[in-house]
Design a protein around this ligand. Structure first.
Ligand SMILES: Nc1ncnc2c1ncn2[C@@H]1O[C@H](COP(=O)(O)OP(=O)(O)OP(=O)(O)O)[C@@H](O)[C@H]1O
Ligand SMILES: [Mg+2]
Length: 872
């Protein structure tokens, strides 16, 4: 039988899979000799077993508890001098506040008296007892936490919680017990061991709580890992003003600024700080209150940072002047902080530059490219809170998670405004553009979760009076009702009335060519430089016009991987396209094509000019022809009502003739080129002439939707003839977007000098669903069912589409070793997909101009991650 329970002295930080992050790090701190209360961890494996058959390793737990009792010299729940413990969840990946924890286990009607006598503090003992019933009632017995909150508010009758005395808490214990009886028709269990076992089971069960499931989906954490449970001897921050509890970061997780950052609360127990129940004080003030503990804490933080070689966040408690460490982990941080800290750590000699690049993700870079609010806008500044998570968010104020979800589903931009958030607000936070709270510090639930999601957040805006029921807030005399637009600045903490206009980010300005200035931009510059030096994949852009091409080039694109030509047939050229479609004989057709050709040539000339010296892949016309014709219904009405001309009648006939049930699977791409004589030839001639005139142009002609080498051959032969006539050289290749093309890549490569994976179509055709039709209708359900963890249109489906790509790469290269390979679907700018493209050996990825820096960074990271695993 596997070992299911580990003492803190037995684990270490590398056992996160087994002990969860919290357990592994508690063990690590214990072994470093830091002051951690003793305890043990029940493994994630035990959780998986429990979730399968509901058993817990009772004997092993009893053995470890006995050992803990011996170490502490106290027995769990003893009537004279009770040992109390916390039962805490802790999974492999940190899920802040997502699962359950119960403190003060071991208290009952007898041991509460023992605790009071031993501590000489009756108030503390009864406060701890009522907290146990409250947390146990909510977490283990599933009673709505509001019931307890309301009872507490009623008892307080306007007083602060520090004003309550022992008698108040004693009364509250009775009220709470009564609530348990009413709600669950049972007594609150007084037996300490039963309390512990029920709490352990509840933590295991919380793995499947809806908010935990939602969080995992959002963060792409696998569903089958399970959580560990930590049983930890209690230490008490609620023993008086010389006690307290706090959370801290070794650097500012919002900005990456050097120097510790934290919140502290005197005479309070753990979760009070995070819940934002009272306003905390900054960590610096602890220096005044308890210099010895403060000094020790800073020392420990410096050690932890050196040990983990990264920003750490910690939870600590001071019990009557004695410091205890309750948790540490490598802390979450904003995108800006990630870049700044990575580079700081390089300069401090803690990590190398390779590792720094691996620690900054493309996703984070993308966040830094968001616009910011214009300075000096005329909007009323309502108030300023804490800058918890950066960005500029504008939207209607809403006051509940449900409402946020409802309005966002209608496409409205909303800002979720709450006094404080709790895990039940998660859906609303996801739906909202930004989050604003009136209570809690940078370590409050709202702040931590928003940062994790990359969502703009201003927290602790104390001047706000939030009236959730009345759906409004008041601030300095201004009333903001639900639906009123506000703007929040997560970088400065400012809250404005109305919509504030936005400006581009400094990172974008840097990519646009400005000299790197400021610590953040300098950090981005260093990371990007090293990513570029390390990557093997080239990065190109998808651009259809000279402006996009020029921007892409400034952003570092090394060419164009996809220039679409269809838009060149719209606007005032529609007329010519209509003529082409209505042509009744070769002469009419040719004259329409002759009229289009110079226009096309001019389109290409501008793009070649913007991309001098770099490859430009131009895709010949792809969509079905009817897309260039008027709408069937409109035209029918026009003709039926007699308002149509003779041409309209012919158009209508053409629209009807070209109408298809499944246009996506119809007459498009190469099929069109083969069916309409002269169409592709006209495009090729325009490309060739523009390339010849542009001088240093490197044209690549790409044939779409090929499924058989024969299709490609006939188009290629015609194109080669034209290129020869004009006297320019251009590569001729094809998109791989039909599964048959991937499966016959060996043959197709005979006629293609390059492949470009068109993964939008390839995904549609591999799965057999059309993105436009199904994403809204059933993807939500599919995500729920876990059929995919993320939409296959967002991230390449490794197993299916990825496999087709591998086949095509291998067989294509076998035929033609110098075959060029790229990708031009939207996946080209998606971090996970870039990694796949690196792994399967493509030469380049192509993505939208704005994603080019993201792809450059991810290509560098993929190469570095690969190098790392090669040397292992
Ligand atoms: N043995 C203990 N003595 C004193 N306080 C404790 C003890 N165990 C836990 N706490 C405090 O109780 C609070 C909740 O605990 P815990 O860390 O398990 O959950 P959390 O902080 O809500 O979520 P996360 O899993 O993200 O850390 C924390 O503030 C923690 O420091
Ligand atoms: Mg914690």
């Amino acid at each position: 039988m596997p070992k299911f329970v580990y003492d803190f002295t037995e684990g270490n930080k590398d056992l996160r899979d087994l002990l969860g992050g919290k357990g592994a790090n508690l063990a690590e701190m214990t072994n470093l000799g830091l002051p951690v209360p003793p305890g043990f961890t029940i493994t994630t494996e035990a959780c998986r077993t429990y979730l399968a058959d509901r058993t817990v390793p009772a004997e092993e737990i009893a053995t470890h508890l006995a050992k803990l009792e011996a170490t502490m010299g106290k027995r769990l729940g003893d009537a004279e001098d009770p040992l109390l413990v916390s039962v805490r969840s802790g999974a492999r990946f940190s899920m802040p506040g997502m699962m359950e924890t119960v403190l003060n286990i071991g208290l009952n009607d007898d041991s509460v008296l023992g605790l009071a006598a031993q501590s000489g503090n009756e108030r503390f003992a009864w406060d701890s007892y009522r907290r146990l019933i409250q947390m146990f009632g909510k977490t283990v017995l599933g009673i709505d936490g509001e019931r307890f909150e309301e009872a507490l508010e009623e008892l307080k009758a306007g007083r602060q919680d520090l004003d309550l005395d022992a008698a108040d808490f004693r009364r509250l214990v009775d009220v709470y017990k009564e609530i348990v009886k009413q709600e669950r028709d049972r007594e609150f269990p007084g037996d300490p061991r039963e309390q512990m076992e029920l709490a352990i089971r509840a933590v295991f069960d919380s793995w499947h709580a809806p908010r935990a499931v939602l969080y995992r989906r959002q963060e792409r954490i696998p569903d089958d890992l399970g959580t560990a449970v930590n049983v930890v001897a209690m230490v008490f921050g609620n023993l008086g003003m010389d006690s307290g509890t706090g959370v801290a970061f070794t650097r500012d997780p919002a900005t990456g600024q050097r120097g510790v950052y934290g919140d502290y609360l005197q005479n309070a127990q753990g979760e009070d700080v995070v819940a934002g129940i009272r306003n905390t004080i900054p960590l610096q003030e602890l220096e005044r209150i308890d210099p010895t503990s403060h000094h020790e804490l800073l020392d420990i933080m410096a050690r932890l940072e050196g040990h983990y070689r990264d920003l750490c966040d910690i939870e600590f408690t001071i019990e009557r002047g004695k410091l205890w460490m309750l948790q540490t982990r490598v802390g979450k941080r904003t995108a800006a902080a990630a870049f700044r800290i990575a580079v700081q750590l390089v300069d401090e000699g803690l990590i190398g530059i390779d590792e720094a690049v691996l620690r900054c993700t493309g996703q984070q870079l993308a966040q830094l490219m968001f616009p910011r609010f214009t300075e000096g806008a005329a909007n009323t500044l309502l108030t300023t809170g804490m800058n918890a998570s950066p960005g500029a968010a504008v939207g209607q104020a809403v006051f509940s998670s449900e409402r946020a979800v409802e309005l966002a589903a209608r496409g409205e931009a909303v800002i979720l405004v709450r006094r404080e958030t709790n895990p039940d607000d998660l859906a609303g936070m996801i739906a909202a553009r930004g989050v604003l709270t009136s209570r809690g510090g940078k370590t409050s639930h709202a702040a931590v979760v928003a940062r994790g999601m990359g969502k703009t957040c201003v927290c602790g805006a104390e001047e706000l009076e939030v009236d959730t029921k009345g759906r409004r807030f008041t601030v300095n005399g201004t009333v903001v009702e639900e639906g009123d637009v506000i703007s929040i600045d997560g970088t400065s903490g400012a809250v404005y009335l109305g919509e504030v206009p936005v400006v581009p980010s400094p990172v974008v300005e840097y990519f646009e060519g400005e000299e790197p200035a400021g610590e953040l931009v300098a950090a981005v510059h260093r990371i990007m430089t090293h990513a570029d030096e390390s990557r093997r994949l080239a990065v190109r852009a998808n651009a259809d016009n000279p402006e996009d091409a020029a921007r892409a080039r400034r952003f570092g694109a090394q060419g164009i991987g996809l220039c679409r030509t269809e838009h060149m047939f719209l606007g005032d050229r529609r007329q010519l396209v209509e003529d082409l479609i209505l042509a009744e004989n070769p002469r009419e057709r040719q004259s329409a094509l002759d009229a289009l050709e110079p226009l096309q040539k001019a389109d290409f000339a501008g793009i070649f000019a913007a991309m001098t010296g770099l490859p430009v892949t131009i895709r010949l016309i792809d969509p079905p022809l009817h897309e260039f014709l008027p709408d069937l219904v409109d035209l029918s009405v026009k003709v039926a009502t007699g308002a149509g001309t003779e041409k309209d009648e012919r158009l209508l006939a053409a629209v009807k003739r070209l109408h298809e049930q499944n246009p996506m699977l119809g007459l498009r791409g190469v099929r069109l080129g083969l069916v309409i004589p002269g169409l592709f030839a006209m495009q090729v001639r325009a490309i060739a002439q523009a390339a010849r005139e542009a001088g240093k142009a490197r044209a690549e002609i790409m044939i779409p939707l090929v499924g058989a080498v024969q299709e490609l051959e006939s188009v290629r032969d015609e194109a080669l003839k034209i290129l020869d006539e004009v006297g320019v050289h251009a590569l001729i290749g094809t998109m791989i977007e039909v599964p048959r093309a991937a499966l016959t890549a060996g043959q197709i490569a005979e006629a293609a000098q390059f492949f470009s994976f068109g993964t939008n179509d390839l995904t549609q055709m591999t799965w057999g669903f059309s993105r436009d039709d199904v994403e809204a209708s059933f993807f939500g359900k599919y995500l729920d069912l876990g059929i995919f963890g993320v939409s296959p249109f967002e991230t390449l489906d490794r197993d299916g589409v990825g496999r087709l790509m591998r086949i095509a790469v291998a067989e294509g290269r076998a035929t033609r070793p110098d075959l060029k390979l790229g990708i031009c679907g939207e996946h080209g700018g998606d971090p996970d997909s870039v990694r796949l493209c690196h792994e399967i050996g493509l030469d380049y990825v192509s993505c939208s101009p704005f994603r080019v820096p993201v792809a450059r960074l991810e290509a560098g990271r993929a190469a570095l991650a690969g190098a790392e695993s090669d040397t292992r």
